[in-house]
Ligand binder design. Sequence first.
Ligand code: PMT
Length: 219
Amino acid sequence: FDYQLLTGKHVVITAGPTREAIDPVRYITNKSSGKMGFALAEAAAEAGARVTLIAGPVNLPTPSRVDRVDVSRAVDMFDACMKTVDEGCDVFIATAAVADYRPTVTADHKIKKSTEEIHLTLVKNPDIVASVAEHDKRPFTVGFAAETRDVVAYAQAKLVNKKLDMIATNDVSGSNVGFNSDNNALTVIWPGGHKVLPLASKAQIAKQLIELIAIRYKD
Ligand code: PMT
């Protein structure tokens, strides 16, 4: 591992889930622990980068030499990311499992139990990584894709649709990789190439992915 790969570069990483409030005591979220994004922040810092880690609600210590911004809702993560991209950064890595939808309204008070059925209406959240890729000061933009089937085909579509420079895809149908596991396995795809990173600890996968990103970024 080259400890000067990203010296002088500013790397922004999103991690963890988001939390979309239904009422003051209930929310919609997902199984992301933040482990993958935090491992990437640590690896990027070890590679000499200045690192900003924009984290959803997770229970993890901040890696050393990493600036952490805590957020809860997808719209807060969006604002925090846009602010750092406005200020200028070199590489953006979207590891967070951002909620695609949020409740259209958040009730001011705890919703009371009443009828047999109640309906929750959801509205789409802004797509953070796609907005970063369209920014005037576009950094080298890397997305993740969490899929349970047709993993590579769906990831390739996300690479194109979100105008990304690279996408790291994981199969999240099992419990030995992906969400909350200490291990992961990725297929990393960019226009014109791909690389398989076989099952390893998230710390090891993070170092390999940071190396790949640094090489592609310098090209
Ligand atoms: O946190 P861990 O427990 O360690 O688990 C790691 C992980 C499985 C969450 C991680 O490896 C991963 O796959 N992260 C992406 C999860 C995801 O939401 O994937 P997606 O296919 O739904 O989204 C595609 C990409 O768009 C992602 O880069 C995501 O951050 C981004 N996105 C999605 C929606 C949205 N509104 N804004 C976004 O930026």
